[in-house]
Write a protein that binds this ligand. Structure first.
Ligand SMILES: NC(=O)c1ccc[n+]([C@@H]2O[C@H](COP(=O)([O-])OP(=O)(O)OC[C@H]3O[C@@H](n4cnc5c(N)ncnc54)[C@H](OP(=O)(O)O)[C@@H]3O)[C@@H](O)[C@H]2O)c1
Length: 197
């Protein structure tokens, strides 16, 4: 399969690329570091990426920043940034990628644990993650030509906790979470939010 991985240079995305390479043709895309670049907050940039890549079988997105901060602290710009990047960025990958996707292809997006189990200081992230999961459930009902869509909702990744100076043992290694993206790619599920063990 020809698989686009958006966010391919990130903690989760690089693990997905590592675990996909071999059986699949992987097109790595990121905002700054890959040969093929995209800014998912910019629709014209998304369109240029799909024009350059042409037909493909699957897209996995592990990209999309959103802002932490308490409700009383978050500014309009923080909500706007979170919605434009993590939420609408991934939604627009689906909207503008659909016509270039081959029959029976699949989209796999990324949300996160804060959508279902928020902690203080996360209303923008929780909003975005919950919105993405609802979008995936509904979009699955509309997608044509046997195309599927699913979303992985990771908890904290061990490598990220380590970078933050926290105990990595309380998280899940990126390579383990990558297996859930592979299950979405290679299985039959549709409209599903996959919660890594
Ligand atoms: N890490 C965790 O513990 C964790 C837990 C739950 C959910 N998540 C979610 O998983 C996703 C990936 O997390 P991560 O920790 O792997 O992130 P990361 O290490 O910061 O990597 C982010 C990746 O996305 C790309 N990117 C950033 N902004 C972009 C944009 N506007 N357009 C296109 N690509 C963009 C980056 O490209 P460049 O490197 O080229 O800049 C990089 O490849 C995020 O949505 C995050 O909220 C992460």
């Amino acid at each position: 399969m020809k698989v686009i991985v958006v966010g391919a240079t990130g903690t989760i995305g690089s693990a997905i690329v590592r675990n996909l390479s071999g059986p699949h043709e992987v097109i790595s895309v990121s905002q700054h570091q890959s040969e093929i670049k995209v800014d998912i907050s910019d629709i014209e940039s998304i369109k240029r990426m799909f024009t350059r890549i042409g037909k493909f079988d699957a897209l996995i997105s592990a990209a999309g920043p959103a802002r932490f901060g308490a409700l009383q602290v978050l500014q309009d710009e923080d909500f706007d940034f979170s919605l434009r990047n993590k939420l609408m960025g991934q939604v627009n990958l689906v909207r503008y990628g659909l016509d270039s996707m081959n029959d029976k292809g699949s989209f796999t997006l990324t949300s996160g644990v804060l959508g279902r189990s928020p902690v203080p200081g996360t209303p923008a992230l929780s909003l975005v993650n919950g919105g993405l999961e609802s979008f995936v459930r509904a979009a699955a009902l509309d997608l044509p030509r046997g195309i599927r869509i699913n979303i992985v909702s990771p908890g904290w990744i061990s490598e990220t906790l380590q970078q933050m100076g926290k105990d990595p043992a309380t998280g899940t290694p990126a390579d383990t979470v990558a297996q859930d993206y592979l299950r979405c790619l290679e299985g039959n599920m549709n409209g599903t939010t996959v919660i890594p063990a």
